[in-house]
Design a protein around this ligand. Structure first.
Ligand code: NAD
Length: 262
């Protein structure tokens, strides 16, 4: 094994990725599997999740799909138990499932809309972390990554519930980093900028905008002058959960083309 293979070697590790049926989560599943991990694909989208598990398995890696809504505690608990039953252990949790919620000013947002975003983006991260920790501890340690956003670091005149939720999971990673360091469990947050995924494409369509035109306009606000792709984020997640990231905990990995550097 050369140095690069050693740094990113995930063979013998088991990773659970929420919201992994498409977008950033799907690319993360492909990337961790390519590094040798067995991957548990968790999502509410069964057709896409099953297809991805088939794609990864066909390439010779181990993958399985579980239909899971991260807001349902009993199901979260059961599924993490089943993952360990199937793959033998759990080493990595990537808390990636998320929704953007309505893009309206705060005073136009209903309490129900606000709570739905917090339910998926914050409570979902809490529930998955809560039920993954005992398994990761039993494996002798491991790592957790919370998908925050550049919107969890800087404000913007849009999606208020989303901003709040992403700031919450940023801090949850830091606190868990402190709480579980002695158990050899690392916790970090990743902060993507504008990444071309179904989430953003659907958001533009809902607003009656053509995604291609919207992305062309958005990239003018990015110092690197382009919109990111899921691979940009998956590479950062691989760094954090692999041996390369063994000394990294409580950190914020910003991958945003320079957006927040101003
Ligand atoms: P996406 O919508 O393409 O994928 C998100 C996945 O989460 C979907 O497959 C969806 O079905 C799943 N999901 C939603 N609610 C769920 C639930 N209750 N239980 C289980 N799964 C659920 O979005 P994406 O752009 O790939 O986003 C992935 C993560 O990255 C999100 O947390 C998002 O907030 C974050 N992020 C994305 C961007 C971006 O520009 N795309 C930027 C910053 C942060």
């Amino acid at each position: 094994m050369n140095l690069i293979e050693e740094l990113f070697d995930m063979r013998g590790k088991v990773a659970a990725i929420t919201g992994a049926a498409r977008g950033i989560g799907a690319q993360t599943a492909r990337t961790l599997a390519a590094a040798g991990a067995s991957v548990a694909i968790l999502d509410v989208l069964s057709k896409e999740g099953e297809a991805l598990a088939g794609e990864i398995t066909a390439q010779g890696a181990k993958a399985a799909f579980w239909a899971l809504d991260v807001t349902r505690e009993a199901d979260v608990k059961r599924v993490f138990g089943e993952i360990v039953g199937r793959f033998g252990q759990l080493d990595v949790l990537v808390n990636n499932a998320g929704i953007d919620g309505p893009n309206v000013p705060t005073h136009e947002l209903t309490l129900e809309q606000w709570q739905r975003v917090q339910d998926v983006n914050v409570n979902g991260v809490f529930l998955c972390t809560r039920h993954a920790i005992p398994h990761i501890e039993a494996a002798g340690g491991g790592s957790i990554v919370n998908l925050s956003s550049m919107y969890g670091i800087v404000g913007g005149p849009d999606v208020p519930a989303y901003h709040a939720s992403k700031a919450a999971v940023r801090m949850m990673a830091k606190v868990d980093a402190m709480l579980y360091a002695a158990k050899n469990i690392r916790a970090n947050s990743v902060h993507p900028g504008y990444i071309r995924t179904p989430m953003l494409e659907e958001a533009f369509r809902r607003m009656g905008q053509d995604p291609d035109q919207a992305f062309d306009y958005m990239q003018t606000a990015v110092p690197l002058g382009k919109i990111g792709i899921p691979r940009d984020i998956a590479a950062g997640i691989l760094y954090l959960v692999s041996p390369a990231g063994r000394y990294v905990t409580g950190a914020e990995l910003v991958i945003d083309g320079g957006y927040t550097a101003r």
